[in-house]
Design a protein around this ligand. Structure first.
Ligand SMILES: Cc1cc2nc3c(=O)[nH]c(=O)nc-3n(C[C@H](O)[C@H](O)[C@H](O)COP(=O)(O)O)c2cc1C
Length: 216
């Protein structure tokens, strides 16, 4: 296929499958998120818990990457990572983040913004030990976001750690754990025809969720 500017500019979809109204939306955004996440599971989407995580360093320089949602409740949205990674350093200096889910098959986007805290050690331990052995070893072996001289260095480290922890419990490294994005804003976007999409926004004001409709 020829890639021309026209090919790119003519890429468009019209969204027609659903709507979201003030009347039907849950009054609590976590309940609304649970509803949409259940729809994503029911639709058997590929990796429905994939989300973009945006952070910014102390100078305001933003960066974004994909991480996996591993839990959510009224306290926030949890993901796990290496605290020494770029995102870990950003969150140390500037504990605020934005998350974005896009579920194309459902024509839905969810945007979450909030403040970030670390998950409790017991919670991180429980999740760490629920992971396959290879993932536990990988978390110890990989100095995430550091420059590696080559791939062999990483693979050799994995071999060494596999021998070290053969038939032993692998301790969760102190530099690996969970972050919780405690939401102050959650927006639910449902694609509609001719770009007249529905956007229902929840903003936390004095401990109460204020619901508004935003222009698409
Ligand atoms: C589908 C997918 C899932 C990912 N899940 C995670 C995750 O849960 N935690 C994580 O630290 N990195 C995850 N990554 C890797 C990150 O996108 C990123 O490369 C890594 O965390 C380093 O980011 P940083 O240098 O900005 O800190 C995932 C990547 C993809 C494509």
């Amino acid at each position: 296929m020829d890639l021309t500017i026209e090919t790119l500019q003519n890429l468009r979809q019209d969204y027609r499958s659903a709507a979201l109204s003030e009347a039907e939306v849950e009054k609590d955004p976590i309940a609304q998120f649970a509803k949409w996440f259940t729809d994503a599971l029911t639709a058997q989407l590929f990796e429905p818990n994939v989300m973009t995580l945006a952070t910014a360093d102390k100078t305001g320089r933003p960066s974004a990457r994909i991480v996996l949602l591993k839990g959510f409740d009224e306290h926030g949205f949890t993901f796990y990572t290496n605290f020494n990674s770029y995102k870990g350093h950003d969150l140390e200096d500037n504990p605020r983040a934005a998350l974005v889910f896009f579920w194309p098959a459902l024509e839905r986007q969810v945007r979450i913004e909030g403040t970030v805290t670390k998950a409790a050690d017991e919670v991180a331990d429980r999740y760490f030990h629920s992971r396959p052995t290879g993932s536990q070893i990988g978390a110890i072996a990989s100095p995430q976001s550091s420059v590696l001289p080559n791939r062999e260095v990483l693979e050799n480290k994995v071999v060494e750690l596999n021998e070290q922890y053969l038939n032993k419990e692998i301790p969760r490294p102190a530099h690996w754990g969970g972050y919780i994005v405690n939401p102050t804003n959650i927006e639910f976007w449902q694609g509609r025809s001719s770009r007249l999409h529905d956007r229902i926004n929840f903003q936390l004001i004095d401990g109460q969720w204020a619901i508004t409709r935003l222009a698409p």
